[in-house]
Design a protein. Sequence first.
Lengths: 114, 112
Amino acid sequence: AQSVSQHNHHVILSEAASLELGCNYSYGGTVNLFWYVQYPGQHLQLLLKYFSGDPLVKGIKGFEAEFIKSKFSFNLRKPSVQWSDTAEYFCAVNAYSSASKIIFGSGTRLSIRP
Amino acid sequence: EAQVTQNPRYLITVTGKKLTVTCSQNMNHEYMSWYRQDPGLGLRQIYYSMNVEVTDKGDVPEGYKVSRKEKRNFPLILESPSPNQTSLYFCASSLQVNSPLHFGNGTRLTVT
């Protein structure tokens, strides 16, 4: 069965630190990949997406993610985090062969110390 | 304004009392879906709909029903709620299944 793994459940960083959140998926075919962010008390919003082309994609608020097909990974990065980045981050995968399903990871809670 | 509207935002009910959570989108999206969010489990898909009158089970459909009689509406029905359905529920829609999802503000349901 398809799955999405986010191994970091809770990450705590100081402001200006660099961020990398891991996302791995278990599907060998063509995929669409997403990162969503959920700020405290709010709904999920799209951060960035990868469909095809350049494997390094840039999203909103200075976030970027790199698709590495050989590693089945789509890690999220930000060079310098801010207190306002405190949120929960979800990786999601849509596999072409099961076109109707979008699988979410369990999420990573990011806490930024001011 | 393009949005997905869920109601109610908060709901406390008792075991066995039927309830409906409404979801409406104004973007003419074909794909709609319901998720439940539980701590440590992320978002799990309950049901989804590819278009009007086309619905299918997600990963955790037991105890839930949906309908898609109109393109804009996708209500979630709990015929006989149980305490294990206490959760935060999100409705989402997208132009197509592989397009980015637009989420509603969530419904926090407590079943006692």
